[in-house]
Design a binder for this molecule. Structure first.
Ligand code: FES
Length: 206
């Protein structure tokens, strides 16, 4: 057996702890192991966090055109809203929604979601606007936030008129632009901002 842990000529096993080469080698090994372990811990922490942040962007709402009846239904009046209860999704009665429908013209409507844009409580129409019973959120007749904690105007539904029927489709976020409520092409949940950096954190579902 050769000195310093050499068990055959030219080949070193670094078995002698007093050999400086063995110390350097162990140090490198520990450094590499620490970096590797740190990386694994980082991945273990980052994956759930990324899932939490990005998860909403990959959720989509079930939707399809839903008939709200004849477009000339006399209940749809100008200047006021009528609530329409309908089912949307796979849960039948458990997945009921409420939309407020206002006639703006023969075949023109404003269809407002009753979901408060603070935490999602159901708002109610009260002649001068919409009111949320949970935390005092207030909206005007266009669904524009006027008071309380909601962060943006009420969502609105897209619609079309087909064969004399009023058909209602997806619900979209709205935003206030120059004092007007403008419907976007994005679906956003209550509390999710539409624009800016925070809006980017809740990207549009595909
Ligand atoms: S949920 Fe409507 S104000 Fe809070």
């Amino acid at each position: 057996m050769a000195e310093n842990g050499n068990d055959r000529a030219g080949v070193s096993s670094y078995s002698d702890v007093n050999d400086p080469r063995a110390v350097v080698s162990r140090s490198k090994f520990l450094t590499g192991a620490t970096i590797g372990l740190g990386g694994l811990i980082g991945v273990a922490v980052a994956v759930p966090v990324l899932g939490f942040v990005l998860g909403p962007s990959f959720t989509t709402e079930d939707w399809y055109w839903t008939s709200f009846g004849a477009v000339d239904n006399a209940e749809y009046k100008k200047g006021t809203y009528v609530p329409v209860i309908f089912e949307r999704g796979k849960l039948g009665e458990l997945d009921r929604r409420v939309a407020y429908v206002r006639r703006d013209g023969d075949e023109e409507f404003t269809i407002v979601s009753n979901v408060c844009m603070h935490l999602g409580c159901p708002v109610q129409f009260k002649t001068t606007g919409f009111a949320c019973p949970c935390h005092g959120g207030q909206y005007d007749v266009e669904g524009m936030r006027t008071a309380g904690p909601p962060i943006r105007p009420l969502n609105r539904f897209e619609y079309k008129v087909d064969n004399g029927n009023l058909l209602v489709g997806r619900v979209f976020a709205t935003e206030e632009i120059d004092g007007q409520v403008v419907m976007t092409d994005q679906f956003k949940l209550p509390g999710e901002p539409v624009g800016g950096l925070l809006g980017w954190l809740y990207p549009v579902p595909s």
